[in-house]
Design a protein around this ligand. Structure first.
Ligand code: PXP
Length: 259
């Protein structure tokens, strides 16, 4: 299974001081050497982590294909069409969110989204839609003309964390998931089966399938076993681990878990 390394969190660290260090550009060669298959970045509307100059330089210099996550705002789409990364992943975006919470709304009026996809295709940029795992979203993504879908694995990761990590003992416990272990286990198993079934279905209708969000060294195993998922995009856990072992080792360790 392929690994896309989301290097946004390097820019998060840089922006904590509003200086030039660490530079996400420096991660490109290291990720490539460590066996990553793709570089993923998120150009947010408020540019709070990755800036236009980062994105342009990364697309120009990356030895690996670049997957640029973005919202549908027309000035961002103009930028993407100009810079032409290999792929754009359309994600929902709310200014106040800490990270991307939930998938794109693909089942409403398709007019605007279709136009964005057409513009990206005209610029020869592959299009992926970041969606919640549901039969309706998969079908809608196909009808909209996407090349890829990326399943949002946030629910899987949250269920896993409440069951197996010490999250329940921290102030980050997820209130809606304060449930008996038996229920959590059942929900986790169901989420995994849903992801596997939908990945199979998506492949069958010629959509390429990626997944990501909240995946880490502990919870990635069962997702990595779903053979119809071609690629995982993982950021926070890899950059967090790199603080202790270095980026190259952190990427290598994650890649080994995807074999
Ligand atoms: N895929 C998409 C579409 C995302 O928006 C994100 C978060 O930026 C990720 C993958 C990576 O998530 P994480 O940082 O939790 O690994």
């Amino acid at each position: 299974m392929k690994l896309g390394v989301n290097i946004d969190h390097i820019a998060v660290l840089r922006e904590a001081r509003r200086i030039n260090d660490p530079d996400p550009l420096q991660a490109l060669g290291i990720c490539a050497r460590a066996g990553a298959d793709q570089i993923t970045i998120h150009l947010r509307e408020d540019r709070r982590h990755i800036h236009d100059e980062d994105a342009a330089a990364i697309i120009r210099h990356s030895p690996l294909p670049v997957n640029l996550e973005c919202a549908q705002a027309s000035e961002i789409i103009d930028f993407v069409c100009e810079q032409r990364p290999l792929r754009a992943t359309l994600v929902p975006e709310k200014r106040e969110e800490v990270t991307t919470e939930g998938g794109l709304d693909v089942t409403g009026d398709p007019t605007a989204l279709k136009e964005v996809i057409r513009r990206l295709h005209d610029a020869e940029v592959e299009v992926s839609l970041f969606i919640d795992p549901h039969p309706d979203t998969v079908l809608a993504a196909k009808e909209l003309g996407a090349d890829w879908i990326e399943f949002h694995t946030g629910r899987y990761a949250n269920l896993w964390a409440m069951l197996y990590s010490n999250l329940t003992r921290t102030r980050h416990a997820i209130e809606s998931l304060q449930l008996p272990r038996r229920d959590l286990k059942k929900m986790l198993d169901e989420e995994l089966s849903t992801l596997a079934d939908l990945a199979e279905h998506a492949k069958g209708i010629h959509l390429r399938v990626a997944a990501g969000h909240g995946l880490n060294y502990q919870n990635v195993g069962p997702i990595a076993k779903i053979r119809q998922i071609e690629e995982l995009n993982i950021g926070q856990s890899i950059v967090a681990r790199s603080v202790f072992v270095g980026l190259e080792a952190a990427v290598r360790e994650m890649k080994a878990l995807l074999q």
